[in-house]
Design a protein around this ligand. Structure first.
Ligand SMILES: [Zn+2]
Length: 167
């Protein structure tokens, strides 16, 4: 069965802005700015931002926090009827988490040519061999989501350059 988006264009932009707000929380902590939210019947029930450096845990991705919070909120491991928004195309781990939690719709901002598994390298979320498939839509506020990352890494490179010049 081919899935269809249950949201209007305005709703997609609104919730991606909320994911961007989460990404900015990561940025404020000097973490790679990636943020995610999960929506259930028009309400945000899960939020998360990347915390890999602070936690020194490779699994501390924005989506994983959002999935955990949403499951706690619904008191269920099933996130059916939920939409997940994330600023960067999900990796294999997070795509796996979305399949396992049965998220219904996934919206992402920027494409990830080096790790994206929601359409770029492969699409785990629509693979018919899994028992769950999600509706997937990429490129929501793509430029804004991508610029967050570009500016972040540019600033790091500039800082490194400055430090090496001072040595
Ligand atoms: Zn991930």
């Amino acid at each position: 069965m081919e899935r269809e988006s249950q949201l209007t264009e305005e709703e997609k932009l609104f919730f991606m802005q909320a994911a961007i707000a989460e990404a900015k929380k990561a940025e404020a902590l000097a973490e790679v700015p990636i943020g995610a939210v999960i929506v259930y019947h028009g309400e945000i029930i899960g939020r998360g931002h990347n915390l890999r450096e602070h936690s020194q845990d490779a699994t501390s991705h924005a989506e994983m926090f959002a999935i955990r919070e949403a499951c706690q909120h619904l008191d269920s491991w099933r996130l059916e009827e939920c939409q997940l928004f994330v600023t960067l195309e999900p990796c294999p781990m997070c795509s796996g988490g979305m399949i396992l939690s049965r998220v219904e719709e996934v919206y992402f901002g920027a494409y990830d040519p080096k790790g994206g598994t929601a359409g770029t390298l492969m699409n785990l979320l629509t693979d018919e061999r899994f028992n769950h498939r999600a509706y997937v839509e990429g490129g929501i506020l793509e430029e804004e989501c991508g610029m967050l990352l570009t500016n972040f890494f540019r600033a790091i490179r500039a800082r490194k350059k400055k430090t090496s010049q001072n040595e």
